[in-house]
Design a binder for this molecule. Structure first.
Ligand code: GLN
Length: 452
């Protein structure tokens, strides 16, 4: 299918903006629900104004951890279902319906509906998230240098949703009624679904089931070639990087969150910054520096400098390492002062570096997968990526728990060293990995790695 004939807006295919807004609202729904989940679980059942389920913090955090893992882990099945039966586009629609039903199930005050809601959300996000991401790649012809920038734009959409959700859903859920909060998350997904369905005319060329495509029919049953197998190896290796990255990054909601609450001097001009506000920092920074970062990488590449995805990931890991060095600085600084509290700038700086690293790794990885995955496994590989991020999330929780005994300094330094080690390893092997990618990032003669 000819991807280059698509209508464009701001230099990108119009379909990108349909996917941008759909995913913005899906993430609004996702992060909105996540923002109030633990609060709802732990709120007293006897609270007159806004009763919750009365769970202990430990029980609530355990459910939160498992939910965080499964919701991404399900991506493997969501990807496989798209490759085999539904195609990406239909999977996104079915996933969206599951999410809407899931959010409104949570909105009903019944424990059975609560668990059914969680199950529906796990299935819905598993179907929607990897497949909408693969569709972004399908909009760009192979070798198009705009693909990475397109993914960064898409990623900015994600974070606009992530930034707004805790504020709106959080406010109405916490201050008015938990169930109203979950309903709002459901309405968010309804808007996302409407954008996707009504914007369908800009997505005609992407996300269709390969087997039913007359132009690609011959690809479906062929065994993998040597080149395709090599590329899968590179992808699997890059997934190892991704586990370490997310295990480090997701400290933000756990250990770094508690550290901010207990050991950081959060007073700014006499105002005490609420701990929860730090949770919006990632999304805020992504929206702020996402576009300049994409532009910088594009310019860097156009200058003929090394800008392969693997290289960017290496840079990201080194920056991630420095961000944990900054946290070590905080712990050290706190040990020197009388109150035993670290100045706030360490944390603000560390979060900023987190996001530079994130923008060098996360949207880059999404784009990379759509370049390297063989067409018939495109969604499955994307799903596997999200499953890996789910494992990273779980690993983050385990590391956070370890800090309760080993102390923050020990855990922050282990993470800094692990990121540094992976970063150096990447730089050592970047050339070799490029060889076994067989020019996937710049080959403009072959078919794109995804349907389109
Ligand atoms: N924060 C990004 C999102 O919500 C990435 C999450 C992930 O890859 N696990 O899409």
């Amino acid at each position: 299918m000819n991807q280059t004939s698509q209508e464009t807006f701001l230099g990108h295919p119009k379909g990108l903006f349909i996917l941008f807004f759909t995913e913005l609202w899906e993430r609004f729904s996702f992060y909105g629900m996540r923002a109030i989940l633990v609060l709802y679980l732990t709120a007293e059942t006897t609270d007159k104004l806004n009763p919750g389920l009365g769970w202990t913090s430990k029980e609530a955090l355990a459910l939160y951890g498992w939910y965080g893992m499964f919701v991404y882990f399900m991506g493997i099945f969501g990807g496989a279902i798209a490759d085999k039966w539904l195609g990406q586009k239909k999977s996104v629609v079915v996933g969206g319906v599951f999410i809407i039903l899931g959010q409104f199930s949570l909105a009903v005050d019944s424990i059975m509906m609560f668990y059914s809601g969680l199950l529906l959300l796990v299935c819905g996000v598993g179907l929607l998230k990897p497949n909408i991401s693969t569709m972004v790649g399908g909009l760009y012809p192979k070798g198009d240098s705009k693909r990475d920038a397109g993914f960064t734009l898409f990623y900015i959409g994600i974070n606009i949703g992530a930034l707004a959700a805790p504020i709106l859903v959080g406010y109405f859920g916490e201050k008015v009624d938990w169930h109203l909060g979950f309903s709002l998350a459901g309405f968010g997904m309804i808007v996302g679904q409407a954008v996707f369905v009504f914007g369908g005319k800009h997505l005609k060329a992407v996300g269709n089931l390969l087997k039913h495509s007359p132009t690609h029919g011959h690809l479906a049953d062929q065994p993998l070639t040597k080149v395709e197998k090599d590329r899968i190896v590179v992808l699997l290796l890059s997934f190892l990087i991704v586990i370490v990255f997310w295990a480090a990054y997701e400290q933000a909601g756990g250990l770094m969150n508690l550290y901010a609450r207990d050991s950081v001097d959060r007073f700014v001009f006499g105002f005490e910054v609420p701990t929860s506000w730090f949770q919006s920092l990632h999304a805020f920074y992504v929206v702020l520096i996402g576009a300049p970062m994409a532009w910088l990488w594009l310019k860097w590449g156009n200058m003929g400098k090394e800008s392969s995805a693997i290289f960017k990931m290496g840079v990201g890991m080194i920056i991630m390492s420095i961000s944990f060095l900054a946290l070590m600085g905080a712990v050290y600084d706190a040990s020197l002062n009388m109150l035993g509290k670290a100045p706030i700038y360490w944390l603000l700086f560390s979060y900023f570096l987190h996001v530079i690293a994130e923008l060098s790794i996360s949207p880059v990885a999404l784009s990379f997968i759509t370049k390297l995955a063989p067409a018939k496994y495109a969604s499955l590989m994307m799903g596997a990526y999200f499953a890996i991020t789910g494992l990273g999330n779980k690993a983050a929780g385990i590391l956070g728990e370890a800090a309760q005994e080993a102390g923050e300094m020990a855990v922050f330094s282990v993470i800094a060293l692990a990121c540094l080690f992976v970063g150096i390893l990447i730089f050592l092997f970047v050339k070799k990995l490029k060889v076994i990618s067989h020019g996937a990032e710049d080959d403009i003669t072959e078919l794109s790695g995804v349907e389109g």
